[in-house]
Ligand binder design. Sequence first.
Ligand code: NDP
Ligand code: 2IT
Length: 443
Amino acid sequence: MSYIKEVLKEIEGRNGEQAEFKQAATEVLESLEGVINEHPEYRTNAILERIVEPDRQIMFRVPWIDDKGVAHVNRGFRVQFNNAIGPYKGGLRLHPSVNLSIIKFLGFEQIFKNSLTGLPIGGGKGGSDFDPKGKSDREIFEFCRSFMTELYRHLGADIDVPAGDIGTGAREIGYMYGTYKKITNSYEGVLTGKSLQYGGSLARTEATGYGLVYLTEEMLKAKGQSFNGKKVVISGSGNVAIYAAEKAMNLGAKVVTMSDSTGWILDEAGIDLAAIKEIKEVKRGRLSEYKSYRPKSEYHTSGRVWQVPCDIALPCATQNELNGDDAATLVKNKVTAVGEGANMPSTPDAMELFVSKGVLFAPAKAANAGGVATSALEMSQNSQRLSWTFEKVDSKLHDIMKNIYHNMAAAAEQYGHKDNFIIGANIAGFKKVADAMVAQGIQ
Ligand code: NDP
Ligand code: 2IT
């Protein structure tokens, strides 16, 4: 049995219940054959066995009291997956669906994504099954304080630096930062995605969405194409979706859809992003309100954004939101490029179809790396006690995304899979971490 198959079997035996983690690990391992054959030292150093097993997984009780005085208990998680090339780094997801499998898949992806940025950050992820929807500010504060009261002991600017993800934005980061500072009495860059007054970086809010479009644009450019004049379908209407839409529009594209977990909008005239920002960022409302801003738009609670014919599709909501049938519909409607803003949004059969049909496909760990890359730039600014201008951060982000595209394209070609950026991104991300692990001995 090949080394990769052996380790996949071991993963199955050890993590039987963890569907999302197994999906992410299988995708990465199955794409590494070329590089594993070329480097026998990876086997003798048990690199695959070690890279699929987190350094540690922390699970804890998060008690908090709601506005009616009723006590609740959520479960908190932090998976510190791999710190071969830098401190653990990755977001905190607050969503009722959160469980160990989801946090492990996200932490695993983060190892390779963070490596692709070229910056010194390891992989980790955390979160809770807490549902922030409909909670008052005080309830959010209570939860964040309780969550950090346990998590703080595992963090540090050179140890583990969390950030936002689904359900965690600047407000939650602020409450967590305040709690960390209060308990430890130290002012350090222990979280990223902070507000600007206390150490946040300009352009971090925009970074994941902008970065997604920068990388997708570079992929299109290599084939003589661009966003200009293209019709774009986006899912989600959170941080990533909003700033992906903004940058795509800046580059001359027309974005016609967005979605949330209750429905989706179609605005053939082009989405009014100011309205979306007001609904989502200011009012924390639902997309059903969009019709009151744009009476000619459509709001649907059934069907999928992927049924809308488009040139470019950018899934920016959540994992496995684009399945094989959706991919077939997109292909039938002649989509030319797909850029993954969310983590693992396409199912394995969807990815396979895109690649086999020659659709330009930018996988999540490359395409959405702009967020964590800019988090690493926030860490640099915090260490230097400086803040850089928006233009400086944005230009570094742009360069990082271009480099990621060229590195994944080069790796794909080098290992005989030209234009298969899934394999290219996995190999390019893996190799640096694997070499660092070999250099540091079996730990
Ligand atoms: P937000 O919480 O800001 O927005 C999430 C969006 O996705 C919302 O519109 C939400 O709808 C929708 N959504 C979430 N879960 C589901 C679900 N189960 N079904 C349908 N819709 C859903 O999160 P982000 O924009 O930050 O994150 C979006 C994706 O991007 C995630 O996969 C995240 O891991 C990934 N990502 C985020 C980065 C960042 O810097 N923020 C960096 C890299 C990747 P609703 O409001 O109804 O829940
Ligand atoms: O999935 C991701 O890369 C993030 N949620 C951002 C992580 C970070 O540390 O900025």
